[in-house]
Ligand binder design. Structure first.
Ligand code: HEM
Length: 222
C-alpha cells in the first residue's frame, strides 16, 4: 500500500470516529439539555426558529459524512456505479437543502460571536456552491471536474471533524482564548481546502514512486 493510500484510509477512519463521537452526544439534544456544552445559554431562542434548523442539521450532518466517504471511494464507484448515482443524488439534496441552509441559519447564533458566525456562514455558502457545481458538471458529463468539486464539497463537510480536532488540541494545550473559536470556525475549512488544492496540483508529492497519470483521482481512496 502506498503512503498516500494509507493516509487516505487513516483520514477516513478519523472521519468515522469523530462522526460516531458526535452522534453519541445527541443524548444531550434529545430532549434538549440546556446545561450541556452546546445548548447552554440557548434556551431563550431554541424553541423559536433555531430548533427547526438544529434538528435537521444534526440528523443530516453525519449522513453526509458517511455518504461522502462512500462516494469518494474509487473502488465503490467503479464497482457499483448505479449506487454511486443514487447516493450522490441523496447527498446533493442533503447538502443543498438541509446541511448548508441549516448551518447558515445557525451561524447567525454562533456561540463564539459574529466573527465565528461569518466563518460558518461562508462555509455554508461554499459547501452549497461546491455541491451545486459538482452536480452541474456531472450532468454535463465533465467527470474530472465533477470529482474535483465533489472532493471540495466533502472537504468542506469534514470541517466538522477538523473543528473538533482543533477544539481537542486547544483543550490539551490548555489554550482558553476567545480567538481559538474564531480561528476554528475559519481554519477548520480553509486550511483543509488549501491542503486539498495543494495535493491536487502536486499529486506525486506523497507518492514519488508512482507516475500518477490519474491526477484528479489522486485524492480518492479505495
Ligand atoms: C456546510 C457545512 C456545515 C456548516 C456551515 C455547519 C454549521 C454549523 C453551525 C453554525 C453550528 C453551530 C455552531 C455554534 O453555534 O458555535 C453547527 C453545529 C453542529 N453541527 Fe454543523 N455545519 C456543517 C456541517 C456539519 C456536518 C457535516 C456535521 C456532521 C457531524 C455537523 C454537525 C453538527 C452538530 C452535531 C452540531 C451541534 C454541536 C455539536 O454537537 O458539536 N455539521 N454547525
Amino acid at each position: 500500500m502506498s503512503l498516500r493510500r494509507l493516509l487516505n484510509w487513516l483520514a477516513a477512519l478519523l472521519v468515522l470516529k469523530v462522526t460516531i463521537a458526535v452522534v453519541l452526544k445527541y443524548r444531550d439534544y434529545l430532549p434538549p439539555n440546556f446545561n450541556s456544552d452546546f445548548l447552554q445559554g440557548r434556551e431563550s431562542y431554541f424553541f423559536d426558529s433555531y430548533q427547526w434548523a438544529f434538528y435537521p442539521h444534526i440528523a443530516a450532518g453525519p449522513l453526509t459524512l458517511i455518504f461522502g466517504l462512500l462516494l469518494i471511494n474509487e473502488r465503490m464507484r467503479v464497482r457499483f456505479p448505479k449506487s454511486h448515482r443514487v447516493l450522490g443524488r441523496a447527498q446533493l439534496l442533503l447538502v443543498l437543502f438541509v446541511v448548508a441552509p441549516s448551518g447558515l441559519w445557525m451561524a447567525y447564533r454562533a456561540a463564539a460571536g459574529p466573527a465565528a458566525g461569518l466563518g460558518f456562514a461562508s462555509l455554508a455558502l461554499a459547501t452549497g456552491l461546491f455541491a451545486f457545481l459538482g452536480w452541474r458538471t456531472a450532468v454535463r458529463r465533465r467527470f474530472a471536474e465533477h470529482r474535483r468539486w465533489m472532493g471540495r464539497c466533502f472537504v468542506a463537510l469534514c470541517s466538522t471533524v477538523v473543528l473538533r480536532l482543533i477544539a481537542g488540541l486547544a483543550d490539551v494545550a490548555r489554550v482558553d482564548a476567545a480567538w481559538i473559536d474564531v480561528f476554528a470556525a475559519w481554519g477548520s475549512w480553509l486550511l483543509p481546502l488549501a491542503a486539498f488544492e495543494l495535493f491536487r496540483v502536486a499529486p506525486r508529492f506523497l507518492d514519488a514512486s508512482t507516475q500518477n497519470k490519474a491526477g484528479d483521482r489522486s485524492y480518492f481512496f479505495g
